[in-house]
Design a protein around this ligand. Structure first.
Ligand SMILES: [Zn+2]
Ligand SMILES: [Zn+2]
Length: 179
């Protein structure tokens, strides 16, 4: 029993794991200033003080140099957003009429429950989770499977608004990933 870390140590280890994970999922090349990527040009991102370190605006995907997973995300968006004139990708019909709707997410939840044989009793959490996966699957296609990529802050914020969390734990980037 002497080898168990105490609570403080365990918390420090966990927070280090989360920040490594967040870093691993970021989409911009190393020379991009994270604060520049966070500047909102789309009007729907939360204010910076409500965001996490690696949060970024959707429009930064189209303005700044990207790592490979970010390029993959950008190319998928360019292909799927038929009318790219909206200031934020969340206002594009692909998102507003399809990805961010109850109809689409309920279908994604049902399919997930069917595949896993389990049901998450927290309905909104299962909808948020299903919606993130649906976005990755739709935008990146089969090549998106297992890819670690952080979604823009505006998307995360819109998803949370539609299907709010009853606890304050909020969204962790790892929610998006495969099991
Ligand atoms: Zn923005
Ligand atoms: Zn946006």
């Amino acid at each position: 029993m002497d080898h168990l870390p105490d609570l403080k140590q365990a918390e420090a280890i966990l927070s280090r794991m989360h920040s490594l994970e967040a870093k691993d999922q970021q989409v911009f090349s190393a020379r991009v200033d994270q604060e520049e990527a966070a500047v909102c040009h789309c009007t729907l991102c939360p204010s910076r003080d409500q965001e996490e370190q690696y949060d970024y605006c959707c429009q930064s995907l189209f303005r700044l140099p990207l790592r490979k997973n970010g390029q993959h995300l950008r190319e998928g968006l360019k292909e799927k957003l038929r009318d790219p004139s909206t200031p934020c990708i969340c206002l594009n019909p692909l998102f507003s009429n399809f990805l961010l709707t109850d109809t689409a997410t309920n279908a994604a939840v049902a399919l997930r429950n069917y595949e896993t044989g389990t049901v998450d009793m927290d309905e909104n959490r299962s909808r948020r989770f299903a919606c993130y996966r649906l976005i990755i699957a739709t935008v990146m296609g089969p090549l998106g499977r297992g890819i670690r990529v952080r979604l823009p802050a505006c998307i995360i914020s819109e998803v949370r608004k539609r299907w709010p969390s009853h606890s304050n734990t909020g969204f962790k980037p790892s929610d998006v990933l495969d099991d």
